[in-house]
Design a protein around this ligand. Structure first.
Ligand code: ADP
Ligand code: F6P
Length: 503
């Protein structure tokens, strides 16, 4: 098996400590199972920044290699370009995007630096897998350093329509740089199609059948690989002593009230104020819920130095205060907002103790919380998942109550329905959801992506060998890989018509 080298802005942890962020959770699950190298930012600042020493740690089969950044890098690259320009635009929020040439320069410079530090560690037969928006152009820098092996990229967040992405002054350069990869993975068909539209409409490329894109003399496979969780492990967490302790704490405090839970980084994409407003309306329009239902929002602080995040925190505190002031009783606080982190075992106990999982982002790449909520439920008495149609997970989890988070009345009705759903229907919905979450787990996500990467790269190699009249053994290898990943041979490429779901 070839060595896997993963590069992402956040690295680890591999254990079950609290960590807010789907990328870290999904990758930890995948890497723990397969082993490999995980390379990226240490999360710390140091005077030498990316020029400083590499910090190397080994945990089981995984080697974690990290670098510091300077304070200026964090301000301009991470808080600046990544989270004030790219993040809002990728989540369709042009209104919140702030663009600054200094941020943009830092973004391209840090990508160049990371590639320069990574290059000496790479072997030509490594499978190199770059993750997420922070490092979208890293592939082109890695290629420039002389690496010609298998190189893939996965975008954890949405890819918006070209009409939105073009608001970003670097959009064309960014997408062109992504053509250096062999395979580009997206969470949903919509994201993939938006990317294809950008390539065809903005940079004069061609979209071919079978997920292939051709532009600037490069042929890249762009496809859909929905990320999952290690569902079996997460379900087992719910039976641990720590989970049971959290479960008992929450249920004791509730008495016989029902619990609605939300778990999200404190981010404006998650639709938390909209959720609180729906809960307020539930108490107003359906008074039978007063003193009978509580709402717990776990919202660890995120990107606190970015203004939009600080504003959101204030808004949330005001809303919760308003609802509690209006409806609270001496022995009942309707809404609780907690910004602390929990261990993954602890979280699984809280999910299990909650009658309703309210996962209603305004826009989300996938949303692993939805999958965790399902995995943690008691099969004999499962809770109800309410899920936004704008979460990538809604494509797979259609047995949830699917809502439009902008429609306050619909959200309220979904809450009322969920709180009263009979056990039979809860079980039926949950069984279907649980099967999907178990099947589409992190192992499958990682396996499908790497199969596609190996096969695509082998095709490129074969084409090269064919042209230079070599390659019988590569052909045999390719035939094997083609069978494994179902990748069409070069000769079968046809013009792209309509949408593709390849999984
Ligand atoms: P995002 O990647 O945008 O943060 P996801 O829903 O995909 O959104 O992933 C969030 C991850 O962070 C989940 O695995 C969730 O369990 C974890 N998480 C969120 N809040 C906490 C918390 N307070 N303590 C520990 N983990 C958390
Ligand atoms: O999954 C989306 C994501 O943005 C990751 O890219 C990121 O690591 C995570 O959420 C948490 O954000 P941050 O790394 O900025 O804390």
């Amino acid at each position: 098996m070839n060595r896997l080298v993963v590069i992402s802005n956040r690295v680890g942890p591999l254990n079950d400590e609290g960590k807010a962020g789907g990328l870290a959770v999904g990758l930890a699950d995948a890497l723990r199972q397969r082993g490999g190298v995980w390379f990226g930012w240490s999360g710390k600042t140091g005077e030498d920044g990316t020029f400083g020493p590499l910090q190397i740690k080994t945990e089981g089969e995984v080697q974690l290699i990290t670098l510091d950044m300077t304070q200026a890098d964090v301000a301009d690259f991470y808080n600046g370009f990544a989270n004030q320009a790219l993040w809002p635009v990728l989540h369709y929020r042009m209104d919140l995007a702030g663009y600054d040439r200094r941020f943009s320069e830092a973004f391209w410079r840090i990508n160049e630096r990371i590639a320069a530090r990574l290059a000496p560690l790479l072997k030509q037969d490594d499978l190199v897998w770059v993750q997420d928006y922070h490092f979208a152009p890293l592939g082109s820098q890695i290629r420039a350093s002389g690496f010609s092996g298998a190189l893939g990229y996965f975008l954890h967040v949405p890819f918006p329509p070209p009409e939105v992405l073009t608001a970003l002054p670097d959009a064309h350069r960014l997408v062109r740089s992504m053509l250096a990869y062999d395979v580009i993975g997206f969470q949903t068909v919509t994201d993939r199609d938006n990317f294809a539209r950008f390539v065809a409409g903005e940079i004069g490329g061609r979209v071919l059948e079978g997920g292939w894109i051709e532009a600037s003399g490069r042929r890249v496979r762009a496809d859909v690989f929905p990320i999952g969780i290690d569902a079996e492990r997460f379900a087992a967490f719910a039976a641990t002593a720590e989970a049971r302790r959290r479960y008992a704490q929450l249920r004791t405090e509730l008495h016989d009230r029902k619990q609605i839970i939300g778990v999200d980084r404190l981010d404006y994409t998650k639709g938390i104020p909209e959720r609180l407003s729906a809960f307020e309306r539930l108490l107003k329009d359906y008074p039978e819920n007063r003193n009978k239902v509580s709402f717990l929002q776990i919202a660890p602080l995120s990107r606190e130095n970015v203004k939009a995040y600080a504003r959101l925190r204030r808004e949330l505190e005001e809303l919760a205060g308003h609802i509690n002031g209006t409806y609270g009783l001496l022995d009942w606080t309707p809404v609780r907002v907690m910004t602390r982190g929990f261990s993954r075992k602890g979280l699984s106990g809280l999910y299990r103790a909650s009658d309703v999982g309210l996962v209603t982002p305004l826009r989300d790449g996938m949303n692993l919380v939805a999958k965790e909520y399902v995995a943690a439920q008691d099969p004999e008495n499962p809770g109800v998942l309410i899920l936004s149609r704008f979460a990538g997970a809604a494509r797979e989890l259609s047995e949830a109550l699917i809502v439009n988070p902008y429609d306050n009345a619909e959200m309220t009705e979904a809450l009322q329905l969920a709180l009263r759903m009979p056990l039979g229907e809860r079980k039926e919905r949950w069984q279907a959801l649980n099967e999907t979450v178990r099947k589409g787990n992190s192992r499958r996500w990682c396996g499908l992506f790497l199969d596609a990467l190996e096969a695509t790269h082998a095709q490129r190699r074969l084409k090269f060998l064919d042209e230079s009249e070599g390659g019988a053994s590569a052909k045999t290898e390719l035939a094997r890989l083609r069978r494994a990943a179902g990748v069409p041979p070069w000769g079968e490429l046809k013009p792209f018509r309509g949408r593709h779901v390849r999984l």
